[in-house]
Design a protein around this ligand. Sequence first.
Ligand SMILES: [Zn+2]
Length: 61
Amino acid sequence: MNALKTFELIQKYSDCPLCGNDKVGNGAGKLIVEDDRFYRSCKCGWEVETDEQGNEKLINQ
Ligand SMILES: [Zn+2]
C-alpha cells in the first residue's frame, strides 16, 4: 500500500466511531498495514478492513 493511502486511512480510521478510542496496542486496538490491506480494530469490537485502494471489505460494528 502506498504511503499516501496509508496516511489517509490512518487519519480516516484513527478514532473508533463507536467509542472514540484512538489507541492501538496493549489490547486497546490493532492497526495492521500490509501491501494489499489495511486493518484497524478497537477493544469494543469495532473493526474495519480495506483493500489497497481504501475500499471497505469488512466492517463490523
Ligand atoms: Zn471502539
